[in-house]
Ligand binder design. Structure first.
Ligand code: FES
Ligand code: FES
Length: 162
């Protein structure tokens, strides 16, 4: 069965007709040709597909697109403000927080959502690891990912551009 939905993705509104079984991840990648979010496991285990939905991080391979009608969706590609990278994106570059980079869009979205959830709390490295534990990195770049999240947290306490 098909359904019509309207949602905003990275600042652009889209009205789409989708099979009701289609995930948000597949709609964004296959219907909107936005390949920023990655499909790793397709089972909710790796976090590569993480996007922000109404500001909250969501594992989009487990989320049906029809449930997103009217929502605001942001992928890692939509976090920059023109040529100005989001502080979390910049921190991942500054700290070399990736190797192959496949997990990076999900890590970045998750970090932005996590820092917002933390509300400026002073997070220890262990707390950062725990709060980011839904995002796996096969390359094992965790040490630098923690450093990047810490840089973003210290530079902009709520994880957003000041
Ligand atoms: S692709 Fe969604 S959690 Fe792995
Ligand atoms: S940098 Fe390769 S999976 Fe994370």
């Amino acid at each position: 069965m098909d359904a019509s939905i309207t949602m905003t993705v990275d600042g652009r509104e889209h009205t789409l007709t989708v099979d009701t079984r289609t995930t948000l991840l597949d709609v964004v990648r296959d219907h909107l040709n936005n390949w920023s979010p990655k499909k790793g496991c397709d089972h909710g285990q790796c976090g590569a597909c993480t996007m922000l939905v109404d500001g909250r991080r969501v594992t989009t391979c487990l989320s049906l697109a029809v449930a997103q009608d009217g929502r605001d969706v942001v992928t890692a590609a939509g976090l920059a403000d023109g040529d100005q990278l989001h502080p979390v994106q910049q921190a991942f570059i500054d700290q070399d927080a990736f190797q192959c980079g496949y997990c990076t869009p999900g890590q970045v979205c998750s970090a932005v959502g996590m820092l917002d959830e933390a509300g400026g709390a002073d997070l220890s490295d262990d707390e950062i690891r725990e709060r980011m534990s839904g995002n796996l990195c096969r390359c094992g770049a965790y040490v630098n990912i923690v450093a990047a999240v810490r840089q973003a947290a210290d530079g902009a306490p709520d994880g957003r551009r000041s």
